[in-house]
Design a protein around this ligand. Structure first.
Ligand code: GCB
Length: 596
C-alpha cells in the first residue's frame, strides 16, 4: 500500500484536527444514521486517553466513537477518492453517512477504502467506532475479562500483558487522497548492488489498476537529476557509480513512476529508495559489506498528551538526540511505528529493526521470573492468525524502506516453552517469503530463554537478547550481574559461533534527580554503573554486534507496584531531559565507529 502523497496527478486532503468524540458506555445503542450524540471533542492524530481530563475516559476499556464532517471539492469528484487511516488502535468500524464502508483489526498498520460510491453532495459524516480491547487472539496480547454491573451494564477490563499503557484512538493521520481512475497501485523496489564495481541493479515492479499504454520509471538522484529511465511493469534498472545509503549518511534516490496513456502522463507517484546491502555472515551484521555495530535504543511512541499518537516534533527531536549521542539505530519496540517516522529514518540514515506488535505472547506474564507461569502459553494463546496478518501488513507497508535492516517477529515470547518452535517456524517462513529484500529476521529473546532453554534460536539470523542482570536479577549487585552477563553471552557465542549476538534491551529504572553516594538502585549513579558494567562485558564478546538499551525515554505504563507513573528506564525523561548516564553513553558511542 502506497503512502499518500501529492503529485502532479494526486491530491491529499488531511482530516486531522478536531473530531467529535465519546466513549461508549454501552447503555444505549448508538445509531450511526444520526450524528453522534455528544458535544465532546478530541484531537486527531493522538491517543484519546490523556486529552479529556477524565479518569473514566482515560481508563475506558471497550468502544469509542469518533466523528468528523467533511466536504469534497467538486473539482475532485471525478477522481478516485480513497479514505486512508495511518492506524486505528486497535479495531475500527468505519461508517460514511451512516453506512459501514470498512473494518480493520490491528492497531498499528494502515488501511484504506474507496469512498466515491458513498459520498453525498455537500457535507459528509465520517463516523468511526473503535475498540481498544485486547485478548488472547489479538496482538498485542491482553488479559480480557468482563462482568455485569448492578444495572446490567457490561464492564470490560483489559489487563495489558505487556509493559506499556494501552493507549488508543486515531493515532495517525486520516487522509483522503485522490488518484485517477487508472492508477498506480503498488511499487516494489529491490536494489541489488555489487560493492566492488559500485554498480546497482534496481528491480522495480509496478502494480497498476486499469490500463496504461506504458509504465515509465525515471530514477532521480537527491538533486533531482535523472540517473536512468526505463519502461515496463517489471524492470531491472542499472545504476553505475551508485551512491550508497549508509547509516547516518543516507543517499535516497527517487523512483518516479508514471502511468502513460496516449502519450499523456495520467498517474504519477514518487517512491524514495536507498541502495544498500544487508547481510549476516560469520557472526557479523554487514551493511554495505562492512561490519555494522548497532548503537541505540528500544523506544516507544509515547509523549505527553499525544500518548501514542503521531508527534513529528518529538520524532525529529529524538533522532537529533540519537545523533548527538553517537547512536545509529533503534528498534520499533513493540509495534510498527508511524510511516512518517520510517520515512524520516530513511532520510536521516537511522538504522531500524522493525518489530511487529507481537508482544505479550507469554501466559501469566508478570512478577514470576522463573518463567513457570508461561507453561500454558502455546496452548492458551490463539494469536496465529493475527500474527500472520501483522507480519503481512508490516512487510507490505515497509518493504521499500532503506532504514529497515531486520524484522523482529516478536518481543519476548515464551520461547523457552515447548511449542514455541512449532508456533514460530511458519511465521519466520512467512516473513522470509514475503520480504522482497530478504532481510534478516529475529525474535527478541526473554531472560528465561537461556541458550539451554530457548526453543527458537535456530530460527533467527541474529541472537537478540533482552537482559536485566543487575536489575530484575542481582539487583544492586553489579559484580554478580557482570559474572552472569559474561557467562550467558559466552554460552550463546559458543552455541552459535556463526550468529551475531546483540542486546535489544538492558536497563535500570532511574528516577531523574535521585542521587546516591552508594550507587543505590534507582539512582542516576546506579544507572551509569549498570551501563558501564554491561559495556565492559560486551567488548569482550567476539560476535557481539550491537547494544540497544532500554529505554530511550521514560514512558507511560499500566499501574503496578513496579512502576512509578510509568517505566523509568529511560536515559531521557519523558520530556527528553537527559539523565546523567547520557554523558557516559555519548562518550562511549562517539568513540565506537558505526563500522568496526
Ligand atoms: C522487557 C520488555 C519491555 C519492558 C522492560 C522492563 O523485557 O520487553 O517492554 O518495558 O522489559 O522495563 O521491564
Amino acid at each position: 500500500m502506497l503512502y499518500p502523497i501529492a503529485t502532479e496527478s494526486r491530491v491529499v486532503v488531511d482530516l486531522s484536527g478536531i473530531w467529535k468524540f465519546m466513549i461508549d458506555k454501552e447503555v444505549e445503542h448508538i445509531e450511526v444514521s444520526q450524528p453522534l450524540p455528544t458535544n465532546e471533542v478530541v484531537a486527531v492524530p493522538a491517543s484519546f486517553n490523556d486529552q479529556a481530563l477524565s479518569k473514566e475516559i482515560r481508563e475506558h476499556n471497550g468502544y469509542i466513537w469518533y466523528e468528523k464532517e467533511f466536504k469534497v471539492a467538486t473539482a475532485l469528484r471525478n477522481e478516485r477518492l480513497v479514505l486512508r487511516f495511518g492506524s486505528a488502535t486497535h479495531e475500527a468500524w468505519v461508517y460514511l453517512n451512516g453506512k459501514e464502508i470498512t473494518h480493520h483489526k490491528g492497531g498499528f498498520t494502515p488501511f484504506e477504502v474507496e469512498i466515491n460510491d458513498f459520498l453525498a453532495d455537500g457535507a459528509n459524516r465520517l463516523t468511526v467506532r473503535l475498540s481498544n480491547l485486547l485478548d488472547y487472539t489479538t496482538l498485542p496480547v491482553g488479559n480480557y475479562s468482563e462482568e455485569k454491573d448492578e444495572n446490567g451494564r457490561t464492564i470490560r477490563k483489559v489487563d495489558e500483558n505487556f509493559d506499556f499503557f494501552n493507549y488508543a484512538g486515531l493515532h495517525r493521520p486520516v487522509k483522503i487522497y485522490t488518484t485517477p481512475r487508472d492508477y498506480i497501485e503498488d511499487i516494489v523496489i529491490v536494489p541489488e548492488v555489487d560493492l566492488a564495481s559500485k554498480k546497482a541493479d534496481v528491480k522495480i515492479a509496478v502494480k497498476t489498476a486499469g490500463t496504461f499504454d506504458e509504465v515509465r520509471v525515471t530514477i532521480l538522484d537527491e538533486d533531482g537529476n535523472q540517473v536512468a529511465q526505463a519502461s515496463g511493469n517489471d524492470l531491472n534498472i542499472p545504476i553505475e557509480n551508485v551512491k550508497l545509503w549508509q547509516p547516518l549518511n543516507a543517499h535516497l534516490y527517487t523512483a518516479k513512476v508514471e502511468g502513460i496513456k496516449s502519450g499523456e502522463s495520467i498517474d504519477v507517484y514518487e517512491e524514495a529508495f536507498g541502495v544498500r546491502k544487508v547481510e549476516v555472515k560469520s557472526g557479523k551484521f554487514l551493511i554495505n559489506g562492512q561490519h555494522f555495530y548497532f548503537k541505540g535504543f528500544g523506544k516507544h511512541e509515547d509523549t505527553f498528551v499525544q500518548g501514542r499518537g503521531l508527534n513529528e516534533a518529538y520524532n525529529v527531536l529524538d533522532i537529533n538526540l540519537m545523533k548527538d549521542m553517537g547512536a545509529n539505530s533503534f528498534r520499533t519496540s513493540h509495534y510498527p511505528y508511524s510511516e512518517e517516522m520510517m520515512r524520516l529514518c530513511d532520510r536521516e540514515g537511522i538504522v531500524v529493526i522493525d518489530e511487529t506488535p507481537a508482544v505479550g505472547l507469554f501466559h501469566g506474564f508478570g512478577f514470576d521470573l522463573s518463567g513457570k507461569n508461561a507453561a500454558a502459553t502455546w496452548s492458551e494463546l490463539k494469536t496465529k492468525e493475527a500474527h500472520e496478518q501483522v507480519i503481512t501488513e508490516l512487510i507490505d507497508r515497509d518493504k521499500n524502506h532503506a532504514c529497515v535492516v531486520m524484522w523482529s517477529i516478536a518481543n519476548e515470547p515464551a520461547s523457552h516453552i515447548e511449542g514455541a518452535y512449532e508456533y514460530f517456524e511458519p511465521l519466520f517462513n512467512l516473513a522470509r517469503e514475503l520480504d522482497p529484500q530478504n532481510r534478516p529476521c529475529t525474535l527478541v529473546n526473554i531472560l528465561m530463554a537461556t541458550p539451554k532453554e530457548d526453543k527458537t534460536s535456530d530460527l533467527v539470523d541474529v541472537i537478540a537478547l533482552n537482559r536485566y542482570y543487575g536489575w530484575y536479577l542481582q539487583n544492586g549487585d553489579l559484580e554478580a550481574a557482570e559474572k552472569e552477563t559474561r557467562k550467558e553471552l559466552l554460552e550463546w557465542q559458543e552455541k552459535y559461533p556463526d550468529k551475531p549476538i546483540m542486546y535489544t534491551e538492558y536497563g535500570a529504572d532511574t528516577v531523574a534527580g535521585f542521587h546516591s553516594a552508594y550507587g543505590e538502585p534507582f539512582s542516576e549513579e546506579y544507572q551509569e554503573d549498570y551501563y558501564r558494567m554491561n559495556s565492559k562485558v560486551f567488548d569482550e564478546i567476539p560476535n557481539f554486534v550491537g547494544e540497544q538499551l532500554w529505554n530511550f525515554a521514560d514512558f507511560q505504563t499500566k499501574f503496578g507496584i513496579m512502576r512509578v507513573q510509568g517505566n523509568k528506564k529511560g536515559v531521557f525523561t519523558r520530556s527528553r531531559e537527559p539523565k546523567m548516564v547520557v554523558r557516559y553513553l555519548k562518550d562511549r558511542w562517539t568513540n565506537i565507529p558505526h563500522f568496526g
